[in-house]
Design a protein around this ligand. Structure first.
Ligand code: GDP
Length: 437
């Protein structure tokens, strides 16, 4: 992988968005971690503690659900911008866990405007999912949906990080919220109501730890960009989990697409120089929803085992399938991708044939881009391009020339479908296991 992703043409790449091109879990954590080295700032722009990044440094695995992957580089500011939502208890636990492993977190900043995931959001998330029964949407039960719902509802006021700085104000807002929430908790779900003091007491121990990190971050991002350093905007989840452009309703409650980086951080669209779409060499998805290239046989089981496809946040087995080129083509468009970073190519090692869906057949018609109404996906039949597999392990390859011809052809086909250059190919979990393009 090169040092700078190809962008609009300038040699300096100050603002790069890293976005998942599929249904999340593409391995964005590793790519962001590589790009973050030497960057002035890494900024998360949406989502909350449902991100589940895994980064490996010197064989040591760090699992992060909330804090940006760049936290491991002390000189890089790690920012949770206004578009994110924060569970203070989870934030406290991650800060303390990182400190125990020698990561100081002195580079962490959390926006005053980020909304707060409160204990009643977690309760409601669980109650709502249980009530959906077989029709559940497979949320992580981390309170994400209910918190974004409160943010957009506006009254009673949702709690923001700035409110955590003032105890009296926080108690008042919790009281206002519960006056409303308890009606739902009791009457819709038959659960006992929550006590405002008990909710305050539950989060109080976390406040002391998180308060020093609450800051006005928009100015900080601006300064980092003006200072000429690289700023990485890190998306969580993936393109097809976007609230507007994903497979609704099996989506997240925010905007993972690259445009979300502008909304979530207050940076204008013309300031973004590069968009790296991270795409796994095959497809996975967690929870329900249409999945045209899904493999429910032993080939799918093999991908799951070799790729360790189990959720970082929930431990749930992920559904696995062949690469969906229709989704890749569409994701490249939706994000304005300037490059693709391919991950987990090594997981395809040893297969006789590797398949890419280059189109769908829907109602007898060949379709090459995702239909806007993704309900049509449930009737889509993938049209596959079969390519020969490779029989050697890729994990020690570092240059395109070292890749077997079949693997080179496979990634070239991916770039052709995405219609943009390859930034790099990841061939294992460690930072150094990458093929630079
Ligand atoms: P993210 O949320 O998009 O960062 O993805 P996850 O962290 O859920 O999934 C990525 C997982 O795959 C992590 O355990 C990584 O260490 C691992 N990983 C990342 N890149 C590669 C790769 O190229 N090959 C293999 N075998 N594993 C990888």
């Amino acid at each position: 992988m090169g040092d700078n992703p190809p962008g609009k043409g300038s040699s300096k790449m100050p603002a790069t968005v890293v976005v998942g091109a599929q249904w999340g879990d593409e391995g964005k954590g590793k790519i962001t971690d590589i790009l973050a080295e030497g960057a002035a700032a890494v900024v998360r722009y949406q989502g909350g503690s449902n991100a589940g990044h895994t980064v490996v440094v010197n064989g040591d695995e760090f699992k992060l659900h909330l804090i940006p992957s760049g936290i491991l580089h002390e000189q890089t500011l790690c920012i949770m911008a206004a578009g994110t939502i924060i569970d203070p208890i989870c934030l406290r636990d991650e800060i303390q866990g990182l400190r125990e492993r020698g990561v100081t977190c002195s580079n962490l900043r959390v926006s005053v405007n980020a909304h707060v995931i409160m204990p009643y959001h977690l309760l409601l998330d669980g109650l709502q999912e249980d009530a959906r029964g077989r029709g559940s949407i497979g949320t992580t039960r981390r309170g994400i949906g209910p918190t974004y719902t409160d943010k957009t509802a506006r009254k009673p006021r949702s709690i923001r990080m700035a409110d955590l700085l003032d105890e009296a104000r926080l108690r008042t807002l919790i009281g206002e919220q519960l006056a409303h929430k308890n009606l739902i908790i009791e009457q819709a779900y038959g659960h006992r109501p929550l006590e405002p003091d008990a909710v305050f007491d539950e989060i109080a121990p976390a406040l002391e730890v998180v308060r020093p990190y609450i800051a006005d971050v928009r100015g900080t991002i601006r300064e980092a960009m003006d200072g000429g350093g690289e700023v990485i905007f890190e998306g969580a989840q993936g393109t097809f989990l976007d609230l507007d452009y994903g497979t609704y309703p099996y989506v997240t409650s925010s905007h993972p697409v690259a445009g979300g980086a502008c909304l979530g951080t207050g940076v204008g669209p013309t300031e973004i120089d590069a968009v790296v779409a991270v795409v796994k060499a095959y497809t996975t998805r967690v929870g329900s929803g249409a999945f045209p290239t899904e493999l429910t046989d032993e080939v799918g089981d093999g991908l799951r085992e070799r790729g360790s496809e189990y959720g970082t946040t929930t431990g749930r087995p992920r559904r696995c399938g062949w690469l969906d080129g229709v989704a890749l083509r569409t994701a490249a468009d939706l994000n304005g991708a300037t490059a693709i970073a391919i991950t987990k190519l090594d997981v395809l090692d040893g297969l006789d044939t590797v398949r890419i869906a280059v189109a769908y057949e829907i109602d007898g018609e060949r379709v090459e881009r995702m239909p806007e109404n993704l309900d049509a996906l449930s009737g889509a039949r993938p049209v596959f391009d079969d390519m020969p597999g490779w029989q050697q392990s890729l994990s020690d390859t570092r240059t395109p020339e070292e890749l077997p011809e079949e693997a080179r052809a496979y990634v070239a086909r991916m770039a052709e479908i995405a219609n943009c250059p390859i930034w790099g190919v990841s061939v294992g979990p460690s930072r150094d296991q990458r093929v630079r393009y």
